[in-house]
Design a protein around this ligand. Structure first.
Ligand SMILES: C[S@@+](CC[C@H](N)C(=O)[O-])C[C@H]1O[C@@H](n2cnc3c(N)ncnc32)[C@H](O)[C@@H]1O
Length: 260
């Protein structure tokens, strides 16, 4: 199910549906000032003359903040949601020739976009066996970008399978999290189980060792180093944690003993 194209439809709620009026967000690149959207990703996006890429423009500098550390390295990236195949080209240009880039999509027509910038596999993001098979084929995984159905239960299903498979130092990114506020996507403000509420629970998981006695050991701690929230994008950084210790440096001297 893909509703992002519908998101861009200014008439989305004309029939009294549950999407807000998005007309103020819809942009044609010829008619807007693109200069505020800067950085390497923006350069690649605005220079694109190949297959189409569908991105909110304010994501472009956010991608640089999140993904810049991996550029030029042999990173393994999986994007959920291929659509017209253009974003796979963007990531190939961004990460370089050493990267392994895979895209998955539920739409069989997307298979034709594989083989140039990246590989494409067809299946659903809420199918655990499919996801595991793709990661096995990739030989591991460092980055996930969930730009798929944007439906809460799908976002959760993908995270539950793929985050444990991420390499140490990897990054799990979910975008279009504004759908967490839209009923059509199983959303609603503070509704249990939305992408936003699910990720808030991960904040608690990151602090669990302050809650559960005996959890202050790396093997017991959730391997979450950080959770960053931007407008409609969140990034969960996977990293084995260090035991939390509260210490004073230099060590206070023991009190002098007075002997009679
Ligand atoms: C927003 S588009 C992807 C846009 C693309 N990443 C880009 O930047 O141009 C969402 C895509 O997710 C796919 N999709 C929808 N439901 C899915 C599911 N359950 N599993 C995998 N892909 C799905 C749709 O077919 C569609 O191509």
């Amino acid at each position: 199910m893909d509703r992002k194209s519908d998101d861009m439809d200014a008439q989305a709620n004309a029939d009294g549906g549950t999407l807000p009026d998005l007309s103020e967000f819809v942009a044609s690149l010829e008619t807007i000032d693109t200069s505020p959207y800067t950085g390497r990703c923006a350069e690649i996006f605005f220079a694109n003359t190949g297959p189409g890429i569908l991105k909110w423009l304010h994501y472009l500098p956010i991608y640089d903040r999140l993904f810049g550390q991996y550029a030029g390295r042999p990173v393994r990236m999986l994007e959920i949601g291929v659509l017209a195949g253009g974003s796979l080209h963007m990531w190939r240009t961004y990460f370089g020739p050493l990267a392994t880039i895979f895209g998955i999509d539920i739409n069989p027509d997307c298979a034709k976009y594989g083989g140039t910038a990246g590989q494409v596999r067809i299946g659903s993001q809420d199918d655990p066996d499919f996801l595991r098979a793709v990661v096995a084929e990739m030989g591991g995984i460092d980055i996930v970008l969930d730009d798929g159905s944007h439906i809460a239960s799908h976002q959760r299903a993908s995270f539950d399978v793929l985050f444990p498979l991420l390499n140490d130092g990897g990054l799990y990114v979910i975008e279009d999290l504004h759908t967490a506020y839209w009923p059509d996507y199983e959303g609603g403000l503070k509704r249990s189980g939305t992408g936003i509420e699910f990720l808030k629970d991960k904040i608690d998981a990151m602090h669990e060792h302050y809650v559960a006695n005996g959890a202050n050991r790396p093997e017991r701690m959730a391997p979450i180093a950080s959770i960053q929230f931007f407008d409609s994008i969140a990034a969960v950084e996977k990293r084995k944690q260090l035991p939390r210790r509260l210490a004073i440096s230099p060590s206070p001297k023991p009190p002098a003993t007075t002997e009679n």
